[in-house]
Each structure stands twice: as C-alpha cells, then as structure tokens.
Design a protein around this ligand. Structure first.
Ligand SMILES: [Zn+2]
Length: 259
C-alpha cells in the first residue's frame, strides 16, 4: 500500500534490538522512523552496552533503553550499577536477560538461574518488565518467572509452539514475534501468531540478528520490522494499520515508562 493511501501513519515499536551493533545510529533511527517504526527499545547485554543503550536513548527521542545482562556473559552482573542505571527515566525494561542452555560457552544452568532470579528481583523493585531470551530453557524460565510475583515481561524472539506460548501467557507474559515467522517452514510458530491474544502481541527485529526470510544474509535493521508486521497482519486477518495500533497499545501498556 503506498503511503498516500494509508488511513493513518504506521507507528510500530521495535521492542528488542541491539542498536549499538548497527553502525550510525542517526541513520538507522531515521530509516526506521521513515518506515513507520517510530519507537525503538535498545537492549543492553552487559553493563557497558547497557550504559551505551541509555546514552543512545538520551540522544534520540525515538529510542528507549533496556539494561541487562545476557545469559552468555561469563562474568557476574554488577547489580549495584544496574540498580543505579534502572532509575533513568528512559530505561523501560530489564533486558536482555534469560537462560541459554544450548550455546557452548554459556555458564552452567544453576549459575544462570541464580543470576536471572536476581535480575528479576531488580525488575520487580523498579516496576520494570523483563525482555527474556530463551534457548532450550523454557521449563526453567517458566519456573523462574513464576517465582517472582508481580514480574511482567515479554518472551523475546518467540520461537516455540502453542503449548509453550500458552504457558507463558498464563504467567502474564507477552510474546514478541520477529523475522523468524516469515520463514515458510515455521508452521507451528505461525499458528502461535494466529492464536496469540490481541493484547499480548509484540513485534521486534532483534537487529542486527534475526532477519526476515526475504532478507537472509543482510544485516537486520529496525526498518525491516515491516516484513514481519505485514505477515503477522495477514495471518491474523487484520489490516496493517490495525496491527500497528494494537502493537503500539500493547508496547505502551508493558513498557510503561515509554508513555
Ligand atoms: Zn537480542
């Protein structure tokens, strides 16, 4: 649909990306805005990059920050420093955090789980949602999430089948869909896209990772969120404008400091 025939402007939120890995942020943010991706949540995977995400959020009005500690990190998270950073008004989430039991170099599961418990406590203390990474650890993630009453958040880059989607939805979590859904072989994931309650659905690029099928081999960018959005709208039988409205509403409801 050409821009002139749109009923109202598209305003999608890229709820999970690694803005620091993308080159010139001014150009990336401008390209995203021009495509209708007007809000970006830059993730922090360690303390340095969390500080970097906050700096980018301070510089660009379209950018907000998440601060976190990726499960692949060898060192312990600096909770005192993260606690201080969490008070910044443009910090909207604790992330990227989670569990990764499949990568070769990740710390042992018990170490990762102990860290995640502390990071979830930090999120609850600050009233912030968590952006959760999962690789081969859905059972343990559900266990950790269930242990923290009042914890809100999103399963980022959701890639599992409906039974797991239902489990995380029951825990009050949102599901964020990325370029993975555009891969034709992902039938079970597309089923989840169709069945996800309208008020729990989010979108992301995870750029520069997680590209859409038609752009495989090209570094991902927040502007390419539209590839995923177009398919998600089609799968759910709604117009792109309706998806834009509901995704923005959901993102603002979860990432409350972004309002
Ligand atoms: Zn990520």
């Amino acid at each position: 649909m050409p821009p002139s025939s749109r009923v109202r402007p598209l305003t999608f939120v890229d709820t999970h990306l690694h803005l620091e890995e993308l080159g010139d942020p001014a150009e990336v943010v401008a390209q995203a805005s021009a495509a209708g991706v007007t809000r970006l949540i830059a993730m922090g995977v360690d303390l340095g990059r969390s500080r970097g995400a906050v700096a980018l959020a301070q510089r660009y009005s379209h950018v907000w920050a998440a601060i976190g500690h990726h499960p692949e990190e060898a060192l312990e998270p600096d909770l005192a420093a993260l606690d201080e950073l969490a008070a910044h008004p443009k910090v909207v989430a604790i992330g990227e955090v989670g569990l990764d039991f499949e990568q070769a170099r990740t710390p042992p599961p018990d170490v990762q789980m102990a860290r995640l418990h502390r990071l979830c406590s930090l999120a609850v203390e600050h009233g912030l949602p968590v952006s959760i990474h999962n690789r081969g650890a859905a059972t343990e993630l559900a266990e950790v999430i269930a242990a923290h009453s009042g914890l809100r958040g999103v399963m980022h880059y959701f890639a599992l089948e409906w039974d797991w989607a239902a489990r995380f939805l029951d825990l009050g979590f949102h599901l964020s869909f990325a370029g993975l859904v555009t891969r034709p072989s992902r039938h079970a994931l597309r089923e989840v896209v169709k069945r996800c309650p309208a008020d729990r659905l989010l979108l992301e690029t995870d750029s520069p990772f997680g590209n859409a099928h038609k752009r495989m081999g090209v570094p991902n960018r927040p502007a390419y969120l539209l590839d995923t959005a177009e398919l998600v709208a089609k799968l759910r039988g709604i117009r792109l404008e309706e998806l834009s409205d509901l995704e923005k509403t959901n993102a603002l409801a979860l990432f409350t400091r972004m309002r």
